[in-house]
Design a protein around this ligand. Sequence first.
Ligand code: ZN
Length: 137
Amino acid sequence: MPRKLPLLTPVTAPFWQGGANGMLNICCCAECQHLFHPPAPVCPQCLSPDVGPRAVSGRGEVVSYTVNHQAWTPETAVPYVVAIIELAEQPGLRFLSNIVGTAPADIRIGMPVRVHFEQVEDVWLPLFVLDEAEAQA
Ligand code: ZN
């Protein structure tokens, strides 16, 4: 599926390229320890400029999702799942991604997921798959 790739800057590159080393890097404030996304040069909680990437576990859960059946481009494989994922490290630390490897009908809110990187050119897209270990726990 062709995607419009993100613009890489010194602030965003650790997030988009962390997957090269298998790491999901989230912006963290050195002042108040707040994790936030999307990456920004200033902490949204305390306004400190002392922020930088921190590797998180890559585990989280599905907060909400939708199944898209519309092929917006001829190459788009449908259906596909767009989901809001909340990371395990901090309540409210959420971002939008896709869930892959699970039939849309089997996805549930609260389902444990873990990051799964898909490389496209110089970007490692952080997609999510069912976390089977957590699902069976
Ligand atoms: Zn802060």
